[in-house]
Design a binder for this molecule. Structure first.
Ligand code: CA
Ligand code: CA
Ligand code: CA
Ligand code: CA
Length: 528
């Protein structure tokens, strides 16, 4: 351990110039064509929603097998009238490292709203992925018509609600085969409700404790294009929180919505047990970005929660029976994250060796923090932490130039943008352009699966992977799963356990490795 620390500290002195290699390379806007930039609506008054977004969605809107990108933008609201019209951006992936802005033709500009986050799923089962955009104002559901265009069906679908919405998650909580929708609400907010938070006569963003909590929304998908608001009957409305991130995972054999709220930023005092108190589903409470994944390979889904600086991030090991233990200390996560404020994050096997590593996007919520606190910065670096038997080793120093820069990062999504089986990363920054980090690849083998829904479990001779929904912050992830196989070039079998209620197990013998395989309904579609 000591030796590792010394090596890491020595690297900057060994190289005088920036290394030309690294695990990730930046795909610059000049190469990708992704020149859109987020406008954070920054005002001298520092209205809270300015500091919250944006997220990013990775999804294949035109079913050509290449993952496309969607970025929400701010827009008109009670405290902000843009000087010139602002819009979100949908970029079509051309499959050659370039992207084409198709926002106008697709009709997803969301220009009338103050956009924050996005979540993609095929809610109506027509084979085309739809898009829910969360806003300060009213959320928007864009139905994918399948011809490259979308229609706003929010009102017809019954999703018209006003508020300050953050992360949304599509997840079939009642196991009827239709994806339901959780929409996190941050706080009760309007221009009039904004508080006075000042240092030396200058406004800065208030901490969440300044605001009144507001209940999140849970909508049941009726299967006919409409939704029923079940926030009250599900108990979610009884627990007004300050929800930033949200993830859905099967932590105990039944689907749980694990949403967390700030509750003055104190997770430890509430405790997860106290938080799992509504109906039969679980509710976890705390920090900002979240994710779920079985990082220690014991067959139970663990949780990760990012917090504000000096709070340490939490990695909750699932002990079974809905008991969790924070492993921040022993896992090294606490030490590596102590000075950061975390937003988008993801369990991802970046080295394709079979275990889940972590990528974290950070940034202080208050752009004026540097004037108030020495040692804290608005822009912070990304972190890449490699899982070595449950301990996380900081690999940021050799992860490429993207990990040596600092960003006002918020959203983060992981997806394979060039279909080479290696996970690329997209960061959405507050008031700046997105950052696309391309994985340079490696020698390890992998197998990709298309068509594994949230709630499914994938097993192979070397381990298992739980398919979750949501996670990160304001963002939506590549729905495909990639299993890293290390040096193993042949796989005897891979098994998919489909979600409840049928829990059917489907075993494929000698599946093709180093490529994506369609399974279930996706396989049916592919063979048509
Ligand atoms: Ca596409
Ligand atoms: Ca659809
Ligand atoms: Ca790994
Ligand atoms: Ca890739």
């Amino acid at each position: 351990m000591k030796r590792l620390l010394l090596l890491a500290a020595a690297i900057p002195f060994l190289y005088s110039g920036p290394p030309v290699t690294g695990i990730y390379e930046i795909w610059a806007p000049s190469k990708t064509g992704i020149v859109w930039r987020h406008d954070n609506a920054l005002s001298p008054r520092r209205y809270q929603p300015e500091s919250i977004g944006p997220g990013v969605a990775i999804f294949d809107y035109n079913n050509d097998g290449w993952m496309d990108l969607y970025f929400p933008n701010s827009g008109p609201c009670d405290f902000f009238q843009p000087a010139k019209p602002l819009r979100a951006a949908l970029y079509r992936n051309n499959g050659d490292g370039t992207f084409t802005d198709v926002t106008e033709r697709a009709g997803v500009a969301n220009a009338a709203n103050f956009g924050i986050g996005a979540a993609a799923a095929d809610y109506d089962g027509d084979g085309f992925v739809d898009l829910l955009v969360t806003n300060y104002g009213r959320n928007v559901l864009y139905r994918n018509r399948g011809d490259g265009t979308f229609e706003d069906v929010t009102r017809r679908a019954g999703l018209d609600a006003r508020g300050l919405y953050t992360s949304a998650v599509w997840f079939d909580f009642n196991n009827d085969g239709w994806p339901d929708l959780f929409v996190g609400s941050f706080v009760r907010y309007s221009k009039e409700l904004e508080k006075e938070c000042m240092t030396a006569g200058v406004h800065h963003y208030c901490y969440p404790a300044s605001y009144e909590a507001s209940p999140s929304k849970l909508y049941r998908n009726n299967g006919d294009g409409t939704f029923t608001d079940v926030s009250v009957q599900s108990g979610i409305a009884k627990h007004p929180g300050k929800t930033f991130g949200a993830v859905a995972a099967d932590v105990d054999g039944v689907p749980n919505f694990l949403f967390h709220n700030l509750r003055d930023g104190r997770f430890e005092e509430i405790g997860l047990e106290a938080g799992v108190a509504y109906s039969d589903d679980g509710v976890a409470r705390s920090g900002m970005g979240v994710d779920a994944g079985d990082y220690d390979g014991d067959g139970r889904v663990d949780l990760f929660v990012a917090n504000l600086n000096r709070e340490r991030f939490s990695i909750y090991r699932n002990l079974g029976n809905l008991a969790f233990q924070d492993m921040a200390g022993p896992s090294n996560v606490g030490q590596e994250t102590y000075m950061y404020s975390g937003w988008g994050l993801r369990f991802v096997d970046f080295d394709n060796d079979g275990d889940l590593d972590l990528v974290l996007a950070n940034g202080h919520p208050d752009d004026r923090i540097e004037a108030a606190h020495t040692g804290l910065k608005w822009k912070e670096p990304l972190l890449l932490l490699e899982n070595r038997n449950g301990k996380f080793v900081n690999r940021s120093m050799d992860a490429g130039e993207g990990f040596r820069q600092e960003y006002p990062a918020r959203g983060l999504a992981v997806g394979d943008l060039d279909n080479d089986g290696w996970p690329d990363i997209v960061i959405a920054s507050n008031g700046a352009g997105p950052v696309v980090l391309h994985h340079r690849g490696g020698a390890n083998h992998w197998i990709g699966l298309i068509g594994t829904p949230p709630g499914a479990i994938v097993r192979w001779p070397g381990g298992s992977r739980f398919i979750t929904a949501g996670g990160s912050y304001l963002s939506s992830q590549d729905p495909r799963v990639v299993i890293g196989l290390g040096s193993t070039a042949k796989l005897e079998w891979i098994e998919i356990e489909w979600p409840a209620p049928n829990r059917r197990r489907e075993r494929v013998k000698s599946p093709a490795v180093d490529r994506y395989n369609s399974v279930g309904r996706a396989a049916g579609r592919a063979s048509r």
